[in-house]
Design a protein. Sequence first.
Length: 550
Amino acid sequence: MNKIVLSILTLALLAVPVAAQNSVYLNPQHSSESYCNTTEVGVWVNAANLGSGQINLTYNPDCANVTKWTRNTTNFPMGGESHYAGREWITFMALDQLTGDYMVGTLTIHCVHEEECTTPLAFADGSKLFDEGGSEISAIWVDGTFECSEDSGDTEPPYTTGHDPAPDATDVPIETNIMVHVRDDRSGVDNDTIVMTVGGDAVIPAIVGDKSDYKLVHDHEIGYGQVVNVTIDASDLAGNAMHDAYSFTIESAPPENTVYLKPQHSSTRYCNTTEVEIWVNATNQGSGQINLTYDPGCANVTKWTRNTTNFPMGGESHYAGREWITFMALDQLTGDYMVGTLTIHCVHEEECTTPLAFADGSKLFDEGGSEILAIWVDGTFGCSDTIPPSVTNPTATPTSIVADGIQTAQLNVTATDPSGIGFVTVNLSAIGGSAVQAMEPSGGDTYSTDTTASVDTPPGTYCLYVNASDVFDNYDDTSVCIELELVKYAKGDLNHNGQVADSADVAMMLSASVGDIDATSEYDLNDNSQNADSADVAMMLSASVGDITL
């Protein structure tokens, strides 16, 4: 009976999954992440009398890329790592021999393929463990896998932000445009799925931006007092769907027998002009006269354009800070009519605001010449800056570089603003740089910065968006991008001039072999993890005379 119980206990213990002693394994053994995102995988060793080790981990570089190795320096204070396309060479050493289960370090693995793929994470030839004396320890090497899945890590739908007009806004000017941003922080918004409705009808908005942030703008014909219902539907590239519904209310119609400005409150930047319309809503109107006053130290009316269709007769006299306007219809009019358009010029370099006031002498008359009692609604004009800088001429010189962290391209744009440029930045996060890399003045209105591309960046053409702000914090961060192509370099083309094993490449290899210049992984021509060793020098010399092809 006791033997039976003992046998059952023994089988139960054997069923518990533990790492075999003298084994190297991954935790998790099988990992996955969505396109353009990363996950961490630990490398563990369970061994007796462990002193050091070396790991040759291979994978498919078309599916994944190891972007970072972080060694456990507490247990393994000494070691190194060399990164190659599809291979990591890792060494580690303890100060004293170790027995037990220890994490060697952590791999950060990046999904680089837009479609689903799976790559082995394989411990290849050269992977070894050693005891404290340097003798090899026989070990089991447990391979793993990494899956690159289009939607494996993205379960969050897109979202809307930056609504203008804002949801539930009231007294919205009738001439407003509808603007909203559709954003997604993971796989990106699928542009083809964006659907916008206004008042229950599908509309086609103007769309600018990229998959992380699309800006929708729609100019819709809207009536006074109308409640405008807007819906936005969209999905991200992982198939997560969103729905947004909101509304806002347009301003009420002006009362009868009213003279007013449209827009009532206007503004523009220094040395620029804007247009303001004068409207009249009256019954049986025949003619009118307007005495409009303003501060000439802030603004100046440079032009008056009368609506000659409805008011074919009239005149205008311009004075400093005052416009005297007359207008007459051929027949009496009842309803809402535009009298004409004022062109107003901002003349003050600093911000200012002036009333646009209907002063004494402003009157409406019926067809017989009798005065019509009316409400005169004043407005304002602001001399300010609400317009972002103009950003043009995006260029990269050269237009393509190698993603090796060494070769450099100069990025340039032209940025202008009457108020002055506050800052210009470019988003380099897609190629391993800063999301707010400053671009400095480089002559005239040109702003420039130099950039490299990190070695983990996949080949392709990248759109690097520029953000320019003026001194009043008006900025534009989605309208202009600098295109930069990243390419792979050929083995043996050390100076990246497109020529393999030319005289310059030979000279660089020889200099690196004696320590005159740093030898990167490009100098390891035979892939033995030794950069610019004697075998690499021999291969470069043989290739330079055509004996071999690298």
